[in-house]
Design a protein around this ligand. Sequence first.
Ligand code: COA
Ligand code: AMP
Length: 636
Amino acid sequence: MPTANHQADYAEIYSRSLRDPQGFWREQARQIPWIAEPQTVLDQDDNGVWRWFADGMLNSCFVALDQHVAHGRGDQTALIYDSPVTNTVEHFTYSQLLEKTATIAGGLVELGVTKGDVVIIYMPMVPETAAAMLACARIGAIHSVVFGGFAPKELAMRIDDASPKVVLAASCGIEVDRVIAYQPLLNEAIDLAEHKPEHVVMLQREQCEAALQAPRDIDWFAWERAASPADCVPVKATDPLYVLYTSGTTGKPKGIVRDNGGHAVALNYSMSAVYGVQTGDVYWAASDVGWVVGHSYIVYGPLFAGCTTILYEGKPVKTPDAGAFWRVLAEHRVKSFFVAPTAFRAMRKEDPSCELLSQYDISSLQYQFVAGERLDPPTYHWLKEHLDVPVIDHWWQTETGWSICANMAGIELLESKAGSCTLPAPGWDLRVLDADGKELGPNQEGAIVIKAPLPPSAFPTVWRDHQRYEDSYWSDYPGFYLTGDGGYRDEDGYVFVMGRTDDVINVAGHRLSTGRIEEVVAEHPAVAECAVVGIADAEKGQVPVGLVLMKDGITQDFDALQDELVQAVRGAVGPIANFKRAIVVPRLPKTRSGKILRQVIRKMIDGEPYTVPSTIDDPAIVDELLETLTAQGWMQ
Ligand code: COA
Ligand code: AMP
């Protein structure tokens, strides 16, 4: 149903993208500057994976910065650093951001970092973080940003898997009014890791000074002052730009690899097609650079497209109040805004009638985008009630780097439906399959998969573990990418993503593995066995809870045990796990092959209908569990 915003025909563009993917993406590729334009648009690599623009050469930093300066847009604001936690608002023009980036790139070269080396970035939301990412891209190094809310053990796993030559870090992050010193966390992680980076370059923030250990640690500002700018190094379209770790079903995070060429083409395309913005527009994604949203839509996407991006170091509430987002939208005249629903739930809790909005003029806003988790209908309706712009739910993943489904604001704005992320974006051949691989009809829920080839920007492998790529994503339904999400399409083809079908949970827009939390809980000396499931939570979407079987003969006080488990998860995974509750149960329901029935447990606690599979070992355990949970007031 086209609206007044109708600019082109979504159906025609979408069907062309599947009919003639090469022609479609060749045209999009012409919109970015190449060092050597690709002649081959789509090809299979040695692993049989479809790759885009294999013989093209480019530099992602050039696409993000140099091209705009070369085209006379050097004085346009590239990045606004808005930090209520430090009372700072700072503007960087494209020329200034380029100069800073080139200097940091030069500093990295002087430390011996060359094309193909990995650099870990463990930094908060400060402008140097974005410049550091772009600096790596400039010299062909591969960055791997680690989110500040992870504990040292998680950082250590990433250091070991990525083997960085250098770590770029900051002395602290600021959580509302708490200063979180990063250096002790980083030092502990390096101690735990087998791989030792040669250098740590430390950005000293005035809120907390880190004690540097020479010769390994280097002061950032002295290093930056002494460095000479470095030029862009040409890389192949298929060379990796970054590795970003995300949670899978096992405790070990997966290093999602993003290449340079497909990423630049798809993200540049998405800025106009999905988000409806053009060069010179102000675009804001209120996320963190530690997540894929931050990579794609705080740093690369808006800069590729010549927009002004905002790097916001604050929260939706408490910095200073639930009007914080409205203030930023008004002050910087944002046109297109992207945030996770959990942030709006936090705002709604503090300002249910959205009264603070009346203090701000957000008339520049044209589109409100949400993603990162399901947009629950109450939040959708709250937004519809208070915002005078389309509210667009779009669905994507670290693995894809941009939307699989969206209401494509820049093509043709369709009617929205609460709970739906609308229709597949161009290039995504989406199907809903049953367990046997049979395609399901309207309103039938199944596994959401995408038929190969995936469009540009989708990941070509898991870092140093291609077998895991094949096993986790391509083995269930050969020829189809398993998204890990379940859902259905309605009679109009609208896609409804209902949640993960695996053991991944989504806590406040943060993707976490229940398997990883289970590993930590199971290490406690009193615990014989455990299951961690994500249960519904009004604010965070989901929170993890632990069902614990105590070892025989242990009589530990339950409150003390719960406290110890909470501290253990906080210490090993990090505060963002939001693990706060556990319960002791007599037995756990399992299949005959020993697999814990986590979905049954979750549905039971959430009060949803559940089906006990015929493969269950002992059906009586389900009734026993229901009784225990009910007796202890756990049922939602
Ligand atoms: N560094 C250190 N600690 C951090 C952190 C960071 N970068 N981010 C969060 N934490 C801590 C918090 O301080 C909190 O600690 P506490 O238990 O001591 O209070 C804990 O981790 C839980 O954090 P969170 O669940 O994020 O709650 P919050 O109240 O700090 O923030 C939101 C609430 C809604 C603002 C936040 O969850 C958010 O922005 N989520 C959206 C995430 C997103 O953008 N995802 C991208 C979509 S893919
Ligand atoms: P991440 O890789 O951290 O971006 O998390 C991706 C996961 O978040 C997806 O697999 C979904 O489970 C969930 N997700 C992201 N966006 C949406 C959305 N719009 N609707 C429903 N789930 C979403």
